[in-house]
Write a protein that binds this ligand. Structure first.
Ligand code: ATR
Length: 261
């Protein structure tokens, strides 16, 4: 039996096992998927001693696993964060998950003026995705100005960024604002009917921010699709082929939604 896992701290609420177990069930794959709670002191021994066939990495270890890896995929190297490991090589599938989610929801990013809320690892993966998608401009809004400026400086160093526009076509929330149990908190940015609002938060499925956007006539994309596609993209890396194309999405969504608040 093949063995996979997700590591993080905290990890109790991770939906990755449910996602992958449902995929194994659909595709008749004989494999297990565990949650592994690690503290920082046990990260080194886990990284050097585990015999897993592959694993995902979540908060707060997406950067701290890097020194233990033999090699990084180009996107993981550029983003500076790893969420998927296969035989000593680190990958980033968060940005692919974001692009696939936008595509699935018929959102065209090319030529758009975008703003990212937040400046952490998720924001950086989304910035990388926006650059790959050929957007026109990327702005950043972050609680801690200095961190926001650092992300913007990085974007500007790898991307021909245009003037900060008055209006944004696409707003992507890459902060935990609105995430259960703190569902009342909401990003501080004006919204209008012509915009696309995308959230990386998937619990609740629709944050209050997305609900208020929908009420104003904006298009909205919740975080669940991005979560599912980062997992499917990890699966393709571990199995060294595009097996995710065979997966039926609706049963997976149904299983995951049944666990959400
Ligand atoms: P991740 O890897 O998921 O991106 P992270 O690196 O901790 O997580 O980044 C979280 C982002 O959400 C940060 O940009 C953080 O802002 P700061 O740079 O000021 O810390 C932002 N964030 C977290 N809690 C927030 C809150 N309550 N209000 C606004 N922004 C918040």
């Amino acid at each position: 039996m093949m063995q996979f896992a997700v590591i993080g701290d905290p990890i109790a609420h991770s939906l990755s096992p449910l996602l992958h177990q449902e995929i194994y069930r659909q595709l008749h794959i004989d494999a297990s998927f565990e949650k592994i709670q690690l503290n920082l002191d046990s990260l080194a021994s886990f990284m050097t001693q585990n015999e897993l066939d592959g694993f995902n990495v979540t908060v707060p270890y997406k950067q701290s696993v890097i020194p233990f890896l033999d090699e990084l995929d180009e996107s993981a190297q550029t983003i500076g964060a790893v969420n998927c490991v296969h035989h000593g090589k680190g990958y980033n599938t968060d940005w692919i998950g974001f692009l696939k989610a936008m595509d699935m929801n018929n959102i065209v990013l090319e030529g758009m003026d975008c703003i990212i809320l937040g400046a952490g690892g998720a924001a950086r993966a989304v910035a990388y995705a926006l650059i790959q998608a050929g957007v026109k401009s990327i702005s950043v809004q972050n609680r801690t100005k200095e961190k926001g400026n650092q992300l913007l400086n990085w974007i500007n160093s790898v991307f021909q960024n245009n003037e900060r526009p008055e209006q944004f076509d696409v707003i992507i929330n890459c902060t935990p604002l609105g995430m259960w149990p703190d569902t009342e908190s909401i990003p501080d940015i004006p919204i209008n009917k012509d915009q696309v609002l995308a959230d990386i938060v998937y619990n609740p499925l629709e944050t209050n921010w997305l609900i208020s956007g929908k009420q104003k006539g904006a298009s909205i994309v919740g975080g669940l699709d991005m979560f599912i596609f980062q997992g499917m993209s990890s699966l393709d890396i571990w199995f060294d082929k595009k097996i995710s194309e065979k997966i039926e999405l609706e049963p997976i969504k149904k299983v995951l939604k049944s666990e959400l608040c």
